[in-house]
Design a protein. Structure first.
Length: 193
């Protein structure tokens, strides 16, 4: 029986040793798994950080594009409004010479009825053109008796006249015109010095 006990004891020792070896191997496997998990966590953290950086970059890019689009839309709107506001500028500028010629022709002295009738018709056409331009926002610049303004007037002569104060427009040689708040053509004037 002693031998049986020895065998049992040996078997128990071997079983205990195997269990202990299994535990050591299992602990090693756990450590391996932990180190793999740690490496995977580190890799995952790096990937997450990389993806978060890409997302942030994309969000910044999106916000910049959105701001550029909003600015572009606002500029287009302002350009459209300015184009609408000043749409008559080119035509009005072209008509100014015709208006000057009408005004010179109307100032001619009529010596007979036929000439008076013709001048009267020209005056009506002149007034019609002025009315159409006024509808579009074209107004003549008032000059005579007003203080000289280099934005509105172009001084072509300077005189010394005691009847007028210094820096006041004495005479207008050519009318100036404004389109809303923009000068189409400055008035050519004589200024008291």
């Amino acid at each position: 029986m002693t031998e049986e006990r020895k065998n049992e004891s040996t078997v128990e020792n071997e079983t205990a040793a195997e269990t202990e070896a299994d535990a050591i191997f299992a602990e090693g496997d756990v450590q391996d798994e932990n180190s793999q998990a740690s490496e995977e966590t580190t890799d995952s953290s790096a990937k997450i950080a990389e993806l978060e950086a890409k997302i942030e970059e994309m969000e910044n890019r999106y916000l910049r594009l959105q701001a550029d689009f909003d600015n572009s839309r606002r500029r287009s709107k302002l350009d459209f409004e300015a184009a609408q506001k000043y749409r008559a500028q080119h035509l009005a500028s072209e008509l100014l010479q015709a208006l000057d010629n009408f005004e010179r022709a109307i100032k001619v002295e009529a010596d007979n009825e036929q000439t008076k009738s013709l001048l009267q018709g020209m005056d009506m056409v002149h007034k019609g053109i002025l009315a159409a331009l006024k509808k579009e926002g074209v107004e003549p610049i008032e000059s005579v008796g007003k203080e000289f303004d280099p934005h509105l007037h172009q001084a072509v002569m300077q005189v010394e006249d005691e009847n007028f104060e210094s820096n006041v427009v004495v005479e207008e040689f050519q009318k100036g015109y404004m389109l809303k708040d923009r000068v189409l053509r400055p008035a050519m004037v004589k200024v008291n010095g």
